[in-house]
Design a protein around this ligand. Structure first.
Ligand code: 13P
Length: 253
């Protein structure tokens, strides 16, 4: 049985005090009770990562970055490498979040380099995939997800890919209050798992955790995570409220 995984993506929110406070509230007694049965991570903005990582170092809550750059070091103004993230206590890194794809303009090729660099640097990448509303309406969901998965994982061996978590985040459900129904989400998760089986092998496909993201809240988390192929959640807005995030973690157990 896979351990469920709940990660909070704080996006461009919090400040130096509230980030550490939020981290500490999440690493509370109620989480410690659930901490053996569920993997929990938070992804603060880069500037607060080290402070949050320090505050959580004795807890079961891991810390992830919202992005990385693929070069190890050098003249890349404004960028952050995998080794820097590792150095300050990061475990995970998001790669290809829809806001980076569609607001910043990241390509599958760039995202693939980031996933590879994350694994190479000892991080555990969370590769985000998902279709736009127009793509769903044009029945292109499977095609889009296939392209993002194949390009995002291009050139990586099964062994390397075993370090990756997939997050299915339909773009039309992110920050909109619209959630994919558990059935809609399960359909795509099942598709992604079968795709991984074709790309690698059935064992790897079963072992990889596939998270759902897109307006996950305390009141829909249990139904979503109760689906066969939904192994956890990548939570945006609701991860900024400790009580809501803890309720979602409890729903995963
Ligand atoms: P919301 O939960 O705010 O919809 O955001 C989802 C998300 O983008 C997590 O990465």
């Amino acid at each position: 049985m896979k351990k469920p995984f709940v990660a909070g993506n704080w996006k461009m929110n919090t400040d130096s005090n509230s980030s550490v406070e939020l981290g500490k509230c999440i690493a509370s007694a109620s989480l410690e009770a659930a901490g053996h049965d569920v993997t929990v991570a938070v992804c603060p903005p880069f500037v607060y990562l080290q402070a949050v990582a320090r505050a959580l170092s004795a807890s079961s809550v891991a810390v992830g970055a919202q992005d990385i750059y693929y070069e190890p070091k050098g003249a890349f103004t404004g960028e952050i490498s995998a080794s820097m993230l590792k150095d300050i206590g990061c475990t995970y890194c998001l790669c290809g979040h829809s806001e980076r794809r569609h607001v910043i303009g990241e390509t599958d090729e760039l995202i693939n380099k980031k996933v590879a660099a994350g694994i190479g640097g000892g991080l555990l990448p969370i590769l985000c995939v998902g279709e736009l509303r127009a793509e769903r309406e044009a029945s292109q969901t499977n095609e889009v997800v296939t392209r993002q998965m194949k390009n995002g994982l291009a050139g990586l061996s099964a062994e390397k890919v075993s370090a990756v978590t997939i997050a299915y985040e339909p773009v039309w459900a992110i920050g909109t209050g619209l959630t994919a129904t558990p059935q809609q989400a399960q359909e795509v998760h099942d598709f992604i798992r079968k795709l991984l089986g074709q790309m690698y092998d059935g064992r790897l496909a079963e072992e990889i955790r596939i998270l759902y993201g897109g307006s996950v809240k305390p009141d829909n988390a249990a139904d979503l995570m109760g689906q066969r192929d939904i192994d956890g959640a990548l939570v945006g807005g609701a991860s900024l409220k400790a009580d809501d995030f803890l309720a979602i973690i409890q729903a995963a157990v």
